[in-house]
Design a protein around this ligand. Structure first.
Ligand SMILES: [Zn+2]
Length: 77
């Protein structure tokens, strides 16, 4: 019985090590995701800088909020 538990534990450790090894082989995937989230853009209305994933892209322009997108559109019309 003890032998089965030890074998199961060994298999579990090997799987964990393999997963860690696999994630360490692909650090570029992680850094690419970080780079895209750190990519800063400027609000076309107020000029504030914010991460691209938090901005609103409307008609090819970035905005910090929908109110500024609306205000910029009203100004253009
Ligand atoms: Zn703004």
């Amino acid at each position: 019985m003890l032998r089965i538990i030890l074998i199961a534990l060994a298999i579990y450790c090997i799987i964990r090590l393999l997963n860690r090894y696999r994630t360490s082989l692909n650090p570029s995937e992680k850094s690419n995701a970080n780079a895209s989230s750190l990519n800063m853009v400027q609000c076309a209305h107020c000029g504030v800088h914010l991460p691209v994933n938090e901005s609103f892209l409307i008609h090819g322009q970035y905005f910090c909020c929908t109110e500024h997108a609306q205000a910029s559109r009203n100004r253009a019309e």
